[in-house]
Design a protein around this ligand. Structure first.
Ligand code: UPG
Ligand code: MN
Length: 439
């Protein structure tokens, strides 16, 4: 059987569709915290009066002049946009789903986006090119987030909710459209500023032009859109509490880590999780069989963070991967890996031994969390299990495809004495080149 067929079989075997199993709301930490005390959800100041409904509610009348909007300027951020869009669909939003993309997005990815979003709209990149301020945040890549400002040009809609491609909704959040421009939640790093990962706005060319003018005159204090928008909507902190979204609508997964008691107390009502910071869900690897996120030297996370990450990957493997598969059959490869390759992105499905997988993941887990306890294998078991069930265990990861080295890179390598003696710089290859040159 060709390997891609076996991969498909593996997927069919191990992936469950937790989000479509109606009636169950996926709160990864719910079981740990026990049942909510009566009336707790109503006691929150400024939040919606009833708790997050359990699972998708009844289908609502669709509202065509309002939309959730996100942005992706490359195929990697598209993976995030797809999971966000799917999470909004899973929770039966009644609003349109729109994604802004830039010319760099591959045609394959565009067609996948079209199967999740109602509208895929191309815009040109706006870049702050403000390396000094971006360096302060240690995020030189965030200049392109100025492209977010393009969302004000979507004047076919009367009101929109912008959501970063690294956010995920945990329940229906259509009530956000009851808010006015400019509503946003506090930033966990500096709560007198809002975080620009989730905000309510009214598209308007007038506002758009004012924003561009403001950007040209004042720049952004952090080099990204968040600094600019905070300076532009500068009375957010003090003017109207109605424009302060509860933190539950933009729960930064890193804040969970800094105030654990608050998270334990309020976290069950979280509605939107935001994976802000340099490490995104797609930088982790995911074990399809155990449904757990794996860590290596470059990634880390608390138990709660890992639970949110697992939720992201659940949606990715259950709903997004099949769309990618439809588009492009996974290739057979000698290293027992299936790969989807898009413009600059490789999505890899790899067979691994379960014990190897388990040994890499989750640090210490709370005792109650037995449903996600790691399997501990002795060396004998390891050999046995690797032989017996390696076939049924798969690992999923998303990578940036390494860019081809330029001729300058190659020359520098030679100058620094770092030749690839065993590969393309092996004597036989050099001889071939010389022969070709001489003849
Ligand atoms: O190369 C990129 C970078 C960003 N984005 C989009 O812009 C958003 C913001 O970038 P992100 O990496 O999510 O930034 P954060 O780690 O969330 O950092 C913070 O700082 C950013 C810059 O000010 C703000 O845009 C964010 O909302 C704020 O949470 C993403 O979600 C994407 O929608 C891209 O499409 N391509
Ligand atoms: Mn973000």
């Amino acid at each position: 059987m060709p390997f891609f067929c076996r991969c498909a079989g593996v997927l069919a075997n191990v992936i469950h569709l937790p989000l479509s199993s109606a009636g169950k709301r996926l709160i990864p930490f719910g079981d740990l915290a026990g049942p909510p005390p009566a009336g707790e959800a109503v006691a929150e100041v400024g939040a919606r009066p009833e708790p997050c409904p359990a699972g998708p509610g009844p289908t609502r009348m669709s509202v065509t002049d309002q939309a959730f909007v996100t942005l992706a300027t490359d195929d990697v951020y598209c993976q995030g946009a797809l999971v966000l869009g799917q999470s909004l669909r899973n929770h039966k939003t009644s609003r349109k789903l729109t994604v802004l993309i830039t010319p760099e997005i591959s045609s394959g990815m565009r067609s996948v986006l079209r199967s999740v979003f109602d509208e895929v709209i191309q815009v040109d990149v706006l870049d702050s090119a403000d390396s000094v301020h971006l360096a302060l945040m240690q995020r030189p890549e965030l200049g392109v987030t100025f492209t977010k400002l393009r969302c004000w040009t979507l004047t076919q809609f009367s009101k929109c909710v912008f959501m970063d491609a690294d956010t995920l909704v945990l329940c229906n959040v259509d009530e956000l459209f009851d808010r006015e421009e400019f509503s946003a939640a506090p930033d966990s790093g500096w709560p007198d500023c809002f975080n620009s990962g989730v905000f309510v706005f009214r598209p308007s060319l007038k506002t758009y032009n004012l924003l561009l003018q403001f950007a040209a005159e004042h720049g952004s204090f952090d080099g990204g859109d968040q600094g600019l928008l905070n300076s532009f909507f500068s009375n957010w902190a003090t003017a109207d509490i109605g424009k302060h979204l509860p933190f539950l609508y933009n729960l930064s997964s890193s804040a969970v880590y800094t105030y654990v008691p608050a998270f334990n107390h309020f976290g069950r009502d979280a509605k939107v999780v935001h994976f802000l910071g340099a490490t995104k869900p797609w930088n982790y690897k995911y074990n399809l069989q155990t449904k757990r996120v794996m860590q290596d030297d470059t990634t880390s996370g608390s138990f709660h963070q890992l639970s949110f990450l697992a939720l992201w990957w659940n949606i990715y493997s259950a709903s997004i991967l099949p769309l990618l598969e439809k588009l492009q059959k996974m290739e057979e490869s000698e290293s027992k890996e299936c790969k989807h390759t898009f413009n600059g992105v490789e999505i890899t499905l790899k067979k691994v031994s379960p014990c190897v997988a388990n040994s890499q993941q989750m640090p210490e887990l709370p005792e109650q969390a037995n449903e996600i306890n790691a399997t501990v294998c002795s060396p004998e078991e390891l050999t046995f299990e690797a032989n017996e069930i390696a076939d049924s265990v798969s690992e999923l990861s998303i990578h940036l495809k390494p860019a081809k080295p330029t001729p300058e890179d190659e020359r520098r390598k030679w100058e620094e004495g770092r030749m690839d003696y065993m590969g393309k710089d092996a004597f036989e290859h050099i001889k071939k080149k010389l022969d070709a040159f001489l003849h």
